[in-house]
Write a protein that binds this ligand. Structure first.
Ligand SMILES: Cc1cc2nc3c(=O)[nH]c(=O)nc-3n(C[C@H](O)[C@H](O)[C@H](O)COP(=O)(O)OP(=O)(O)OC[C@H]3O[C@@H](n4cnc5c(N)ncnc54)[C@H](O)[C@@H]3O)c2cc1C
Ligand code: FES
Ligand code: FES
Length: 466
């Protein structure tokens, strides 16, 4: 393996590390840059936040679930680089002091990097920008006050010109010497990946590593042969035609947000609650589908929109309905050497509502995620696509409920008439997130909620306000 990147402005080449070495471990153990902290080591707390810059802009990411090869050709700014070369404080650092935003200080470097990245990007939605940073002693009000106080201050000179063009591509040590670890495969195009993966069907594909990262940091798994997909630009494209919206498998949840904000705003609102900024900046739509999780948030929304999954093996492509991809718990319709290339759904009038039910508003896995796409003409239900996560071993459609309401006058009686159908569609489990009874009750309640909102009622309340 031989990669190079900018680290706080300095060009660095790394050739002697395993492909699954995390940026966090490398920064702390090899470079002694210990400002970046380890809290949870699984993407939840933001203590390890670093800023990554490239031709797509500046992003906050969790270094604990970021593997070194994912950084090839990028610029990394750690908390040490947020401060000026002569020790000058960044405006967010000054504001944190002025507003008493730090007590024990363990979380503070992560907050500072998130705040400086948001500042650089001109973001003032501080609650969302900082939802991935946990503080257990100061409390969030002083931190939000500090972010607000700094938001209009100019970007410091030392951060303004971050440029990845400084990275030298020459002079890299050759990979594969006697002491070098095996090189991971880092394709640049989907075609390259297709050829290689057909010949290496047992390899582990790594996209954003928000799942796979934990296989290494928590389960200590040996991933065997690896391909990193984050260098494939053509698999990240999102295209909107007159008839179709097509999302490349490599598009991140952050890439998807503005598109959904335009066409299906409720989907975008659900994405705002998907992990945190750091997680959404890494996690891909392809990974969220391919992992087959029964509680992934994007599959129910995509199924409700009538999505088709585009799979590829070598030069052979096949399209299936996304709902048919999920066969059983842990089992998907994907052959060895076959990968998710894209997912698409028809352009349509926006009737989609997505309800993510979880214990916390931010950064929590869904207990239930219900997505409803119900069409009504002349006050009669003419079509319904209802899909849920958290109600079965896979993301699943509520076919019986759909049939119970189609053709009925759109109102409380149609909703009541579907009561028994819910139990025919779903026999959910009880687990630490919710009981089976709660899940079934909440699913029934969400159809009522959809109806009330459709009739102009207001049901959305944020119990916690900043
Ligand atoms: C702190 C935290 C919070 C989270 N919050 C949420 C949440 O709110 N909602 C939610 O749904 N999920 C959440 N997740 C889970 C995770 O972010 C998602 O499942 C994510 O979309 C996975 O995408 P990735 O690109 O990171 O996948 P990776 O971790 O890179 O890969 C996941 C799996 O998909 C495979 N894969 C990846 N891309 C492809 C492809 N193109 N073709 C075939 N196989 C592929 C990999 O081999 C692997 O098996 C969270 C995770 C963390 C760590
Ligand atoms: S250490 Fe908690 S998110 Fe990385
Ligand atoms: S200041 Fe102690 S955890 Fe935030």
């Amino acid at each position: 393996m031989s990669i190079s990147f900018l680290l706080n402005g300095e060009t660095v080449t790394v050739a002697d590390q395993p492909a699954t070495r995390t940026l966090l471990d490398w920064l702390r153990d090899t470079r002694r840059l210990t400002g970046t902290k380890e809290g949870c080591n699984e993407g939840d707390c933001g203590a390890c936040t670093v800023m990554i810059s490239d031709d797509r802009g500046h992003r906050a990411l969790n270094a604990c679930i970021l593997f070194l090869p994912q950084l090839d050709g990028k610029s990394i700014t750690t908390v040490e680089g947020i401060t000026g070369p002569d020790g000058e404080l960044h405006p967010v650092q000054e504001a944190m002091i002025d507003h008493h935003g730090s007590q024990c200080g363990f979380c503070t470097p992560g907050f500072i990097v998130s705040m400086a990245t948001a500042h650089l990007n001109g973001r003032t939605d501080h609650n969302d920008q900082l939802a991935g940073n946990l503080c257990r002693c100061t409390g969030y009000a002083p931190i939000i006050r500090a972010a607000t106080a700094a938001q209009d201050k100019p970007i410091p000179d030392w951060l303004a010109p971050i440029s990845v063009s400084k990275i030298s591509s020459g002079g890299r040590p050759k990979a594969g010497g006697a002491d070098s670890p095996p090189a991971p495969y880092q394709p640049k195009t989907t075609d390259d990946l297709a050829r290689w993966y057909a010949d290496h069907p047992d390899a582990t594909l790594i996209a954003g590593a928000t799942d796979v990262g934990l296989w290494v940091t928590k389960q200590h798994r040996d991933l065997g042969e690896i391909a990193f997909l984050n260098g494939i630009d053509d698999m990240r494209a999102i295209t909107v035609s007159d008839t179709t919206i097509r999302i490349g498998a490599g598009a991140t949840l952050s890439d998807l947000w503005p598109v959904m904000a335009t066409y299906h705003p409720d989907f975008a609102e659900m994405i705002r609650r998907y992990g945190s900024v750091q997680v959404r900046n890494a996690a891909t739509v392809g990974g969220n589908i391919a992992n087959g999780s029964p509680i992934g948030d994007s599959p129910p929304a995509l199924i409700a929109l009538g999505a088709t999954l585009h799979l590829r093996h070598g030069d052979t492509r096949r399209d299936i309905l996304l709902e048919n991809f999920f066969i059983d718990y842990g089992k998907q319709d994907r052959a060895p050497g076959e990968f998710v290339e894209a997912v698409s759904f028809p352009r349509q009038k926006d009737r989609l509502k997505c309800y993510k039910i979880s214990k916390r508003f931010d950064q929590d896995i869904s207990a239930v995620c219900g997505c409803f796409n119900i069409t009504v003409q002349d006050n009669r239900v003419t079509g319904a696509r209802i899909a849920f996560g958290g109600m079965a071993g896979t993301p699943k459609r509520a076919h019986n409920v759909e049939q119970a309401i189609i053709g009925q006058p759109w109102g409380a009686e149609a909703v009541a008439g579907a009561w028994d159908a819910w139990a025919q569609d779903f026999q959910p489990l009880s687990d630490m997130r919710a009981s089976a009874t709660y899940r079934l009750d909440v699913a029934r309640g969400l159809l009522t909620r959809y109806l009330l909102e459709d009739l102009g009622g207001t049901t959305r309340v944020l119990e916690v306000r900043a």
